[in-house]
Design a protein around this ligand. Structure first.
Ligand SMILES: Nc1ncnc2c1ncn2[C@@H]1O[C@H](COP(=O)(O)OP(=O)(O)O)[C@@H](O)[C@H]1O
Ligand SMILES: [Mg+2]
Length: 291
């Protein structure tokens, strides 16, 4: 399994079949998550990104194949041990009714607690630091139910950060966030990756953000197969985007970063209904708002 120059990464999936009851989402799916990478997974809706992430975090048992974590089958670990090594931000979660932000984030410390271990200064510091990093410290005493979608998303991320794992799996961490907060969260992930050497795996929808932040890009296609993977500059082509998303586009250089920038082809112009009895007013209204 391990080449001499290429030791197995901490997290890898081999020949997975992933299913929900009768619905099979993926077969023969294998991925290696390069250690200390910022890996971004992209792909169209329902292609199986969340399902793959769940399998990598042992939230979904593969029907066939194995996920390996630190050299052992992930199924062989106790759940607390998995949670000490790997944190998952699921695509959606429901907070217990009435819980405050501080108490929810504190639940991220669960894997570090034990029957004999009391809440420590270290636990408290981890919780405060995680809330500070995601900008929710001011919200600590507020009920989670009262927050906006974007605030809530940052609270969940905070809970995962409080877990203090060096492997982070984040399913659409930027959902619900305005553009400034999206950049803030991605910058934070990039910092954890660059400064602390954490391995970050994130599902993103914005291909240009994916190309900016990813050191390793995994492109999934409908049917749960891998269409391409590698450095964004090597992977992101107009052909790939058209093939996987069905979207004609151009790829140019991002003027800020030099990474691939995907520009969708201009929308088709509807033939202008002339004055001869059509409905010009309605057609004009459509044309005036191309987005
Ligand atoms: N809990 C579930 N039960 C049954 N089918 C599911 C469940 N979750 C996801 N699916 C189906 O599995 C497929 C992949 O879903 P998902 O991994 O969530 O896609 P993505 O994250 O790429 O949008 C979809 O067809 C979806 O409808
Ligand atoms: Mg998903």
């Amino acid at each position: 399994m391990t080449g001499t120059n290429n030791p197995a990464p901490r997290l890898r999936a081999e020949d997975l079949t992933l299913s929900y009851d009768q619905r099979t989402v993926a077969t023969h799916l294998g991925v290696d998550i390069p250690d200390r990478s910022f890996t971004v997974i992209i792909g169209p809706n329902a292609c199986g990104k969340s399902t793959l992430l769940k399998a990598l975090a042992r939230m979904l048992k593969p029907r066939h194949g194995q996920v390996y974590l630190d050299g052992a089958a992930i199924a062989s670990y106790r759940s607390r041990e998995v949670a000490r090594r790997l944190g998952l931000l699921p695509q959606s979660s429901t907070a217990p009714g009435g819980i405050t932000v501080g108490d929810l984030v504190a639940r991220g410390r669960y894997p570090h607690q034990g029957m004999l271990k009391q809440w420590s200064a270290e636990d408290e510091a981890a919780v405060v630091e995680a809330m500070r990093q995601t900008g929710v410290l001011d919200l600590a005493d507020r009920p989670v139910d009262d927050l906006s979608g974007g605030q809530r998303q940052r609270v969940w991320l905070s809970m995962v950060l409080a877990q203090q794992t060096s492997l982070l799996l984040l399913d659409e961490p930027t959902t619900f966030l305005d553009i400034a907060h999206q950049v803030e969260v991605l910058d934070l992930c990039a910092e954890l990756h660059a400064r602390k050497g954490h391995t970050v795996v994130a599902v993103l929808h914005d291909l240009n953000q994916a190309c900016r932040y990813a050191t390793h890009l995994i492109v999934m296609r409908p049917g749960g197969t891998i269409a391409a993977e590698g450095a964004p500059a090597d992977v992101m082509t107009a052909e790939l985007v058209e093939d996987v998303f069905g979207l004609p586009c151009r790829i140019i250089d991002d003027p800020e970063t030099g990474t691939p920038l995907m520009v969708p082809a201009a929308p088709k112009r509807f033939p202008h209904e002339d004055t001869e009895g059509g409905a010009p007013a309605a057609a004009d209204t459509v044309m005036a708002e191309p987005r």
